[in-house]
Write a protein that binds this ligand. Structure first.
Ligand code: AFD
Ligand code: MN
Ligand code: MN
Length: 424
């Protein structure tokens, strides 16, 4: 389904007076507001194809109803999000969960919804029914060469699908590691993995990037072969200029200073992309900004500082993606909230007066530094984000619009109540 544009406009109309009042107030307070709004318009966040169904835990899964049954329906769902928020203009595919059987048709369908293909994700953390060898003891780190070869071949396959769709990056997340001391020789595991990644790297088209995603623990609980940003950076550096580190917010040990990691990776020109989510304990994959919005703001503060220092485009030089999935909300409403949280944090960070901050830092005026950051963080920038959306034909209030138009009810009517979407 697609939403009738006039229905969005009609609902916008009823909110316009209040919105204008709030926006005008901000305009009177903040200089160069149109520059900020334009940056928000340009900023697009890719939606992962695996976040459109209700997630499960190892204890159970509760279907939400009307979930997409095919890649086509997933694209349709992201199209709906993009219609509402005008900021979800890309999809990130996971292979083999979402193999495009007819790439030309899939590409055309995505384009008809205004969507492009962001990073392709490979999967060597599960065994597929038709798979010859098992990844039970890892994939690229494996002691057996044939299994390492199978993992390489899979990644080459993923690149091939990506080329057909017009993607230009590959994200490799490995669940490789060990759950007990002594199980692995760390050095051999690293070297095997590096060798496999080198072969995949060699197959990247000239304009492609490879993102090496790290994770501190789970599914392995003693060691992960790409366990932290140091290890990822080591692989990326050894691989070459097309390899970068990918930061997934949920993949750190509790209380890690992610904003500092981001600052240093950017300094080294080795930050490739982001998986946004939020967490209280670990890889909880909760809605972006639902637990630690201040951390998200601080991350964006470093992102802007670092990207500006290198003259990088905020919109295009890094891969921006959501990687969240859980089991109690309507996935589409959840994704609307996540994108909104990202844009809010980005807008707040754009308001930081960098000259003033630099001066305060030089003078060791610690109190002033905090005032500057928190002054930006405590600004209610929601009217800015709404303005950017509205100028592009999106909804002033996407969730209210989604509910008023009964989108989920319509999807349930079309697809049924018990549909299950591929993914975790
Ligand atoms: C994992 C990682 C990785 C992977 C995804 C699969 O974050 O990005 O692709 O989940 O659902 O935890
Ligand atoms: Mn991730
Ligand atoms: Mn994760």
């Amino acid at each position: 389904m697609q939403i009738d544009k006039s229905k969005i406009e009609a609902l916008n109309k009823s909110l316009l007076k209040q919105h204008a009042h709030r926006f005008n107030f901000l305009e009177s307070e903040i200089p160069n507001l149109s520059g900020v709004v334009q940056k928000l318009i340009d900023f697009q966040v890719a939606i992962p194809s695996w976040a459109l169904g209700t997630g499960g835990t190892r204890f159970g899964r509760f279907a939400g109803g009307g979930e997409p049954r095919s890649l086509e329906e997933k694209i349709e769902d992201i199209g709906l999000l993009h219609q509402l928020n005008q900021a979800s203009g890309a999809i990130s595919l996971h292979i083999p969960w979402d193999v495009p059987e007819n790439p030309k048709a899939i590409k055309a369908l995505a384009a008809s919804h205004g969507l492009t293909f962001d990073a392709m994700n490979s999967n060597t953390f599960q065994d597929q029914p038709d798979q010859k060898l098992s990844y039970k003891f890892g994939s690229m780190q494996h002691t057996q060469k044939e299994i390492r070869q199978q993992a390489i071949a899979h990644n080459l396959e993923v690149i091939k699908h990506g080329i057909e769709l017009g993607s230009n990056s590959l994200t490799v997340w490995l669940s490789d590691g060990s759950s007990f001391p002594g199980q692995l020789n760390f050095r051999t595991a690293f070297e095997n993995t590096l060798q496999c990644l080198r072969e995949v790297y060699a197959a990247l088209p000239a304009n492609w990037k490879m993102f090496v995603e790290y994770k501190a623990f789970e599914p392995n609980f003693y060691s992960m072969t790409v366990g932290d940003w140091g290890q990822s950076l080591l692989y990326a550096t050894k691989l070459g200029p097309k390899a970068y580190t990918l930061v997934d917010l949920g993949h750190h040990l509790p209380n890690a200073n992610i904003e500092q990691i981001v600052a240093l990776l950017l300094m080294e020109k080795k930050l490739g992309g982001f998986h946004f989510n939020d967490s209280k304990y670990g890889d909880d994959d909760l809605t972006v900004g639902s637990i630690k919005p201040y951390q998200l703001f601080l991350i964006f503060n470093e992102l802007i500082d670092g990207m500006d220092a290198h003259g990088m485009s905020h919109a295009n030089s890094l891969g921006w993606m959501i990687d969240a999935s859980h089991n109690v909300k309507d996935p589409l409403e959840d994704l609307l909230q996540s994108v909104e949280a990202i844009l809010i944090a980005y807008a707040q960070a754009l308001l930081v007066n960098r000259e003033d901050l630099k001066t305060a830092q030089q003078q060791n005026d610690v109190v002033r530094c905090q005032e500057i950051l928190q002054g930006a963080f405590r600004t209610d920038v929601r009217p800015l984000v709404a303005q950017a959306r509205m100028l592009q034909g999106g909804a002033v209030d996407p969730i209210a619009t989604y509910r008023a138009l009964k989108v989920r009810e319509e999807l349930i009517k079309q697809r049924g109540r018990k549909t299950i979407s591929t993914g975790l």
